[in-house]
Every structure is written in structure tokens, then in C-alpha cells.
Design a binder for this molecule. Structure first.
Ligand code: AMP
Length: 395
């Protein structure tokens, strides 16, 4: 696996695919700069070697050129965070970009305009990728968030740098963290899967059954498993067409000696509302008109014990409707348990959009071993797929 450390960037131009798809407010200020900060180690390495960086990224889902999606809005934030004056070019391909890139001196930084202003980017267009490739000497992919897409700048472009391509530090860290879970010798290995739908995580569950010792299934997903086993779940979230599949997963888990934990009790509510009436209820006996919106106290206790016994922990998806204060406590309790296990030496990886949001909201970010920067990319890796952006560097 070729990484940044295999190259010396002195007098070289690094063409780096970063993920600067950051949220902006109405005045185009960056409201969360995590993704920019995450790319900093890679950028600094190139600059300190005596090279220059040409950064390419997408921002949002523009239809053609749309000013609101221009990467010019983030230039000053990049300057602040990296501490280097940053140039900007208003088209990612063409003579202006080529001239700016050619004139870049060691230690300088250039940001290209939004790649997705050209529809060729998401189409994975060969000619567009070739035009981009003219801008740099060494191609670096540091964008995990888009590594599951075979786009021009994430995948197709790599073929124009047969010897001169590598992973950036961020992408390397993401790959290593997922490997640490899926190929871990530090047992027991526990996966915690929550969130709304089983259907979006079936392939993940099936793939990890061969790799983990235990799985906690929580959140809305759990009710499909409870109902499949004959429980009464009232008005809780359920996927009726996945009941057989749930039973099949339980059967496969048993055959593979993987223990599956499903919540024992639930905080049930009479409305999908933070101010609804609530009570604690056995998860297999939820009355009509009530729905389970969070893990109950017995479940939290059991999950705590399981987490504390684990040496490797993967967490994807909240245990309840954490966006509502009254149904966030199961997710917070789990975050606390994982933080404690991590402090005791376990390796913990948190990934997937909503669990990352929860981890940030409840300030667990620095109490777990690694927080992934990619939602879809993380799920596809857990499904056992080699992501196209990663394969293109390995080829
Ligand atoms: P996902 O994107 O599949 O990880 O699902 C995340 C969403 O699942 C969050 O918005 C949670 O509010 C939601 N969720 C978690 N538990 C429940 C539940 N018991 N009932 C309904 N939605 C839930």
C-alpha cells in the first residue's frame, strides 16, 4: 500500500483529492471545518518536503456552475487552518488552471473550483480525468468520504499516475481503522449497529458475522428482530418484509457462534414527539398506540457489560431517536460505555453519518479511538467491498 511516506515531494506538485464538502451557513461561512482539518497532515507533509499542493474537491450537488457551491467560499478557512496563503482558480480544468498549477512554487497551495461544476466528474469521464491529471506530478487520494464513488477525480484519474499515486494520511488512517476491526486479533470483537432500518445494514451484518464475536442490534432496527421472534411491538418502526431475513440472520449468527444482543426493554412513547408521554416497557410487549424510541435501563446495563468485555468495538447507528432530548439517553449511555472501554485499552471505531453526529453532539469525539469521516464509504467497507477509490491506488 503506497502512502505519502513513500514519496519525497521536494519540487513536486501534489494533486490531492480532498473532501472539502463542508457545511456552509447562509453567509457562506464554514460551520464545521472538521474535513478541512482532517486533510491538514497530508498538506503539511507535502509543503514541508518542499513541494506544492493542488487541492481538488467537490462541494454539494450543484447542477452545472452555481455560485452557492463555489469552493471560493472556503478559501479563507483553509488559509486559517493550514496557515498558508491559498490561491484559487475558478475552473478546475483548462488553461487558467494549468497556468496557475505550473506557476505554483514550493510551499504554495492552490484550490481548484468545484469538480462537480463539470458533470464529467460524477460520470467518471476519462478525458476529464486526463485533463485534471495534467495539473500535478503525484496524485494523492485523501478523500475517504468519496472513495466509494468511481468518479473522475477519485478513481479514473489514478491510471494517469501509474507509479506516482498514493493514499494521503487520512485515507490511510481510515483503511487501517477498518482493518483493525475487521481483521482484529484483539478479541472479543463487538459490532454495535443501530439506526432506523435493517434493510440498509443487512449486507453489513452478513459480512461481519464472520469477523466479530458479538453484535448489538439497537435503534429502530431492533423491532424487526423482536417482531420476527413473536414479540408485540405496538406502533414501533418495523420492516415487515424483512422478518424472515431477521430470523435468518439470527440463525446464521448461532451457527457461527456470534452472540446477538437485542434490547430487553424500551422507552416507549405515545407519539413521535419529544414531549410525548413515556414509560419503560418490556420490548416484547409494547401496547398498541405506543412506540419504542430508545433503549431502556436494563438494555443499557446489559450493553454496558458487553462493551466493557470487548477489546475491539465498532459503532454504527444510534440506539434511539437521539435528535430528541428525551430519547437520547440510550445513545449517550452507550457512548459513555464505549469511552470507558476505550480508556481501559479497547480500540473503538465510530462511523456512519448519524453515529458521528451523535458522537459530536455529546462530545465523545476525543474519547473513542477513531471517528470515521465517511458515511457511505464506511458502510461499503464494512460490507466487505473494496472501494473503487482505494482499488485505483492499489492497482
Ligand atoms: P440510520 O441512518 O439508519 O443510521 O438511522 C439513524 C436514524 O435512526 C436517526 O435519525 C434516529 O432518530 C433513528 N432511530 C433510532 N432509533 C429509532 C427508533 N427506535 N425509532 C425510530 N427511529 C429511530
Amino acid at each position: 500500500m503506497k502512502t505519502l511516506n513513500d514519496f519525497n515531494f521536494k519540487d513536486k506538485k501534489a494533486l490531492i483529492r480532498v473532501d472539502f464538502n463542508v457545511p456552509l451557513d447562509d453567509n457562506f461561512n464554514v460551520t464545521d471545518a472538521t474535513r478541512i482539518a482532517s486533510a491538514k497532515p497530508t498538506i503539511i507533509k507535502v509543503l514541508e518536503d518542499g513541494g506544492s499542493c493542488i487541492l481538488m474537491s467537490h462541494l454539494g450537488r450543484p447542477k452545472g456552475t452555481q455560485d452557492e457551491f463555489s469552493l471560493k467560499h472556503i478559501v479563507s478557512k483553509v488559509e486559517d487552518l493550514i496557515g498558508v496563503e491559498t490561491k484559487f482558480v475558478s475552473n478546475c480544468i483548462g488553461t487558467e488552471a494549468e497556468d496557475e498549477a505550473a506557476n505554483l512554487k514550493p510551499g504554495e497551495l492552490l484550490i481548484l473550483e468545484n469538480l462537480r461544476f463539470h458533470e464529467e466528474e460524477t460520470k467518471g469521464d476519462y478525458d476529464f480525468a486526463q485533463k485534471l491529471s495534467k495539473l500535478g506530478d503525484i496524485y494523492v487520494n485523501d478523500a475517504f468520504g468519496t472513495a466509494h464513488r468511481a468518479h473522475a477525480s477519485t478513481t479514473i484519474i489514478a491510471q494517469f499516475f501509474p507509479e506516482n499515486k498514493c493514499f494521503g494520511y487520512l485515507l490511510e488512517q481510515e483503511i487501517t481503522s477498518i482493518d483493525k476491526v475487521l481483521k482484529s486479533d484483539d478479541r472479543p470483537v463487538l459490532a454495535i449497529l443501530g439506526g432506523a432500518k435493517v434493510s440498509s445494514k443487512i449486507t453489513v451484518i452478513e459480512n461481519i458475522l464472520d469477523k466479530v464475536d458479538a453484535i448489538i442490534i439497537g435503534g429502530g432496527m431492533a423491532f424487526t428482530f423482536v417482531k420476527a421472534q413473536g414479540g408485540t411491538i405496538g406502533n414501533s418502526l418495523v420492516e415487515d418484509d424483512k422478518l424472515d431475513m431477521a430470523l435468518n440472520i439470527l440463525k446464521q449468527a448461532k451457527a457461527k457462534n456470534v452472540t446477538i444482543y437485542i434490547p430487553i426493554d424500551s422507552i416507549i412513547a405515545d407519539h413521535f414527539n419529544n414531549n410525548a408521554n413515556t414509560k419503560v416497557c418490556d420490548i416484547t410487549a409494547i401496547p398498541d398506540g405506543w412506540m419504542g424510541l430508545d433503549a431502556g435501563p436494563e438494555s443499557r446495563k446489559q450493553f454496558h457489560d458487553v462493551v466493557m468485555q470487548s477489546k475491539t468495538i465498532l459503532w454504527n447507528g444510534p440506539l434511539g431517536v437521539f435528535e430528541m432530548e428525551n430519547f437520547a439517553n440510550g445513545t449517550i449511555a452507550l457512548g459513555n460505555s464505549i469511552a470507558e472501554a476505550t480508556k481501559n485499552g479497547a480500540f473503538s471505531l465510530v462511523g456512519g453519518g448519524d453515529s458521528v453526529a451523535a458522537v459530536k453532539q455529546f462530545s465523545f469525539e476525543n474519547k473513542v479511538s477513531y471517528v470515521s469521516t465517511g458515511g457511505g464509504a464506511m458502510l461499503e467497507s464494512l460490507e466487505g467491498k473494496t472501494l473503487p477509490g482505494i482499488a485505483a491506488i492499489l492497482e
